[in-house]
Ligand binder design. Structure first.
Ligand code: PAF
Length: 292
């Protein structure tokens, strides 16, 4: 695996991977990350390997997606350990740009995807999804992958990226397909996340109440229970289990993420963000739509 941190080196390495001449061009899959890799990221890499000739992974702790009260400096950085994991998974090229390579002096552009960025996590983290959209747009332009993989764990992020790609024609030749990969979970159901490392053993045990309460709420909603009352019950169950607060618990349309007051005939999603100790956990699950 080759690691590059400047654009010129990236272009040279990509040209080599793609192969020139008359032979068919190799397919490249991109797995964008901020590092601190866990099994969820490695699952994205495995899916990517099955879909393309070569996998390019990126590691970039993107300052533009951190708010003023979010500790960018405290975000875990472990490039050597992450690189070893990626190499063992067969990644061909690691794009680990410096901040200067990604945002050279005078960088002045911003991509904002209205609507889908605004509610849920966007409400608590103003500017976060602009930062995500801006860096992912740059990554697509830099790598020009045939296919790109993102975790469904960050469901709103995936919706923002899909909307941006559609709106800005970031489809072929930049990227043919954006694939959402189902969330990888611990044996007790907790979604894998780089943030789980911040939980004390007691908080970690209590955190398993999140996926459990969500499944209970989904079964109730699919069974015809009233949505608002069910979501209030979910919030109460989380507080009773030891969560400090619930930022949101929302039933939403799977594509637009517009909140739904009742389950309809189109795909829906239950999305929750809740705090346990100082750690904010998010999760989401599919809700089977009502048969029309
Ligand atoms: O999900 C992440 O790790 C980041 O938000 C992403 C997509 C790599 C953009 O910085």
């Amino acid at each position: 695996m080759q690691t590059v941190n400047g654009l010129l080196m990236l272009r040279t390495a990509l040209a080599q991977l793609r192969g020139g001449g008359g032979s068919p061009r190799s397919r490249i899959a991109l797995v964008p990350t901020m590092g601190a890799l866990h099994e969820g990221h490695l699952t994205l890499v495995r899916r990517a390997r099955a879909a393309a000739d070569h996998v390019v992974a990126s590691i970039f702790v993107n300052p533009k997606q951190f708010g003023p009260n979010e500790d960018l400096d405290a975000y875990p950085r472990q490039l050597a350990a992450d690189a070893a994991l990626l190499e063992a998974e067969g990644v061909a090229l690691l794009w680990a740009p410096t901040v200067e390579a990604m945002y050279p002096a005078g960088f002045a552009s911003n991509i904002s995807v209205a609507g889908v960025s605004d509610g849920l996590c966007g409400a608590a983290r103003p500017g976060h999804f602009d930062g995500v959209a801006t860096v992912v747009c740059k990554l697509f332009n830099q790598v020009q992958p045939d296919v790109a993989f993102f975790g469904e764990k960050d469901f709103q992020q995936l919706a923002v990226i899909r909307t941006m790609a559609r709106d800005l024609d970031l489809t072929a030749p930049h990227v043919d397909a954006i694939i959402g990969v189902p969330t990888v979970r611990e044996p007790d159901g907790l979604a894998m996340s780089s943030r789980n490392r911040y939980l004390t053993p007691e908080q970690r045990a209590a955190a398993a109440a999140l996926p459990r309460a969500m499944k209970t709420a989904i079964a109730a909603i699919e069974g015809g229970a009233q949505v608002t009352a069910t979501l209030a019950g979910l919030e109460a169950a989380l507080i009773a289990a030891g969560f400090a607060s619930v930022d949101y618990a929302v039933l939403a349309d799977s594509t637009s993420l517009a909140p739904l007051g009742a389950l309809g005939p189109t795909p829906a999603r239950l999305l929750v963000a809740a705090r346990i100790g100082g750690t904010r956990l998010i999760d989401n699950m599919a809700v089977t739509p009502r048969q029309s």
